[in-house]
Design a protein around this ligand. Structure first.
Ligand SMILES: [Zn+2]
Length: 350
């Protein structure tokens, strides 16, 4: 789940998930809708920071009119002169019309490697099929798509090279501990209920809301281009999650958010759950802040069958499954006025 946590918490999650199924918090897994476009060849190994930078450079060279890659921030170690790593946003846009902004994010958590692969694959899918597939063209006629595949570059490299269980960024907390959980650092209800105060906690919230350059970069991008819809990829468990995360109580838009989550889950066979009703409440995540501050309809996808999100042979199956949504359904990100999609035309709160 979004808390990839200690072993203790993992066991709690493994116990809690079947319980949640029994209590009925599931979306109906109806028929999966496959995408109509050509699927890119799926990777069989994980990216590195360097190979991601190289791929983004190549894609923007190959699709100069469609794709703009911008640097949106730096990692914590980079701000300290300890590394040279950036956060990148890849924007896919076609000219003309009034566009909404849609935001895709991967790898807030350093150990959830598959989440980066899903976002890169979606980017490649859109680029491969733009101009050749009516569903992709329908999406691009209505939306600018922003892809931030790697929110946590320092943590990712540390997890790849030193400790595959590492979750947080690499902020030196000054007391012998390292790291802030970037998905507990956003500024809405940050640290609510005294959550994540200990620097050694895998879910340490940080010294203040938006204390980290990585969460600041996402905040600034989202404020500059407020998304009507955002999908934040994490791992694992095959869930579509929606706010609130900081509380078990529903949002004022619970009907619309839950209906749309069910609709999305129908396209890829995932189950649906309000984030705050998972193993424990998680204040300070990106979804709560995006919804509360910008009126975004924000969703977290927990991708992959199990907690092993670093299993290279499974990359292909996971990324293809996640191409079903958003790449398959002609109603997405809106259009016909059917079902739960129509409200994604505008932000929930101005
Ligand atoms: Zn996560």
């Amino acid at each position: 789940m979004s808390a990839n946590m200690s072993n203790r918490a993992r066991w709690l999650a493994m116990v809690a998930i079947p319980f949640l199924l029994l209590t009925g918090f599931t979306g109906q897994a109806a028929g999966v809708i496959p995408p109509t476009g050509r699927l890119p060849i799926a990777p069989s190994t994980f990216h590195t920071y360097a190979s991601l930078v190289s791929e983004l450079r190549n894609l923007s060279r190959d699709h100069p009119s469609l794709l703009t890659v911008t640097l949106i921030g730096s990692s914590w170690e980079t701000t300290q002169g300890l590394a040279n790593r950036s956060l990148f946003a890849a924007e896919v846009h076609v000219p003309g019309g009034t566009k909404r902004d849609i935001l895709f994010m991967g790898l807030h958590h350093a150990d959830e490697w598959i989440s980066l692969e899903v976002v890169v694959y979606l980017l490649r899918y859109v680029l491969l099929n733009a101009g050749n597939d009516s569903r992709v063209d329908a999406i691009l006629a209505r939306a600018n798509l922003w892809f931030v595949p790697l929110v946590n570059p320092d943590g990712f490299e540390y997890a790849r090279l030193n400790d595959s269980t590492w979750r947080k960024n690499r902020h030196d907390n000054g007391d012998g501990t390292f790291g802030v959980d970037l998905n507990r650092n956003y500024g809405y209800m940050w640290g609510s209920g005294g959550f994540g105060t200990s620097t050694s906690d895998p879910e340490y919230r940080g010294p203040g809301p938006f204390s980290e350059p990585e969460s600041q970069a996402i905040r600034d991008l989202a404020v500059a281009h407020p998304p009507v819809l955002s999908l934040s990829y994490h791992s694992a468990g095959q869930w579509v999650l929606y706010p609130w995360s900081y509380t078990r109580l529903p949002t004022p838009d619970d009907d619309r958010l839950s209906n749309f989550a069910v609709e999305m889950a129908d396209a890829n066979g995932y189950r649906v759950l309000q984030e705050g009703r998972a193993t424990h409440v998680n204040p300070g995540n990106s979804d709560d802040w995006l919804y509360a501050t910008l009126g975004t309809a924000p969703f977290t996808f927990e991708v992959g069958l199990d907690f092993n999100s670093q299993n290279a042979p499974s990359i292909g199956a996971v990324v293809r499954n996640n191409a079903n949504r958003p790449c398959a359904d002609p109603r997405w990100p809106s259009a016909s006025g059917t079902g739960g999609s129509i409200w994604v035309e505008s932000r929930l709160r101005p």
